[in-house]
Write a protein that binds this ligand. Sequence first.
Ligand code: FMN
Length: 211
Amino acid sequence: MSNTQATEHKKRQIIVGITGASGAAYGLRLIEKLVAADVMVHVLLSDAARVVLKQECDLCLPEDPKGTVETLAQAIGCTSDHLRSYGTLDWFSPAASGSSGIEQMVVIPCSMGTLASIAHGMSNHLLERAADVMLKERKQLILMPRETPLSAIHLEHMLKLARLGVDIIPAMPGFYHRPTTLDELIDFMVSRVLDHLKVDNKIAQRWGMGE
Ligand SMILES: Cc1cc2nc3c(=O)[nH]c(=O)nc-3n(C[C@H](O)[C@H](O)[C@H](O)COP(=O)(O)O)c2cc1C
């Protein structure tokens, strides 16, 4: 193992999946904060995520994983050494197997389609497979679903997954801190996710703490 590989191996590793639900900016902000916290982030994108990233964030990600990492790093304003990305059918990537030892995964935002696939163990592409691995290995899986209104199907899937120990953190920012910018609303949600990942952060005000 080279020195670079050994250093990478020691870093905390977290999988961040981005799907085609509205709210791609939540995913980008989470990646930014994890990289700042010295986490190695394995980014998994669904095809629809690329469409929404272009529509909502003007971010055109190339198909190849190397280009994806470079473009993401540039958009987020970080170096690419903390980012990894893989093709949607790359079954040889670390995220595809429990033996990789990655302990945590977040799907942010999570579409109702991906929610359904995870709830049914479909594993049609790498993002779904990675979530299935988290479930079978009893590792931490956090989903940030986004849709409105929610049908009984959506709610049943969330309930099923919550009962399996999945953290369901819906994209529902609070307004009690009187946010005045979009960034504050995004940070509200991302800080809740970071708290659940146990990644130290001070990006949003804490209830009753007066800061
Ligand atoms: C701009 C845009 C916004 C969308 N917003 C949502 C959404 O909030 N929630 C959702 O479940 N699907 C949403 N969709 C539809 C999903 O992208 C679509 O169902 C897709 O098949 C999901 O695929 P994925 O789960 O593989 O990412 C949106 C699509 C577009 C283009």
